[in-house]
Design a protein. Structure first.
Length: 99
């Protein structure tokens, strides 16, 4: 698994527990699991035959809409991502005010 040994994985796990706390880990895991499940469902909906016909008809719009759907699902399912995007928006507003 990416050349990581048991010790490295334990250290990474410990850092994650310190950053997010033990109470938040099940919520984060549930959100990530839901996002992965939704990604698999979207991937199944688009079979190889559908990709060719959609690519010819829609061009880059089909790719962008798929990416947008996945981004929306990840934002809905993973609360940490939602909070991070909210913080980024606030930082952008502050940057505009300062400039």
């Amino acid at each position: 698994m990416f050349g990581l040994g048991t010790t490295e994985l334990l250290i990474i796990g410990g850092i994650i527990v310190l950053i997010f706390g033990a109470k938040r880990l099940p919520e984060i895991g549930k959100g990530l699991g839901g996002a992965i499940k939704e990604f698999r469902n979207v991937r199944r909906e688009i079979s190889p035959d559908d990709r060719d016909t959609k690519a010819g008809q829609e061009g880059e719009q089909g790719k962008n809409s798929l990416e947008e759907k996945l981004v929306e699902k990840v934002i809905e399912e993973v609360p940490v991502v939602k909070k991070g995007l909210a913080a980024k928006k606030k930082a952008d507003k502050i940057t505009k005010i300062i400039s």
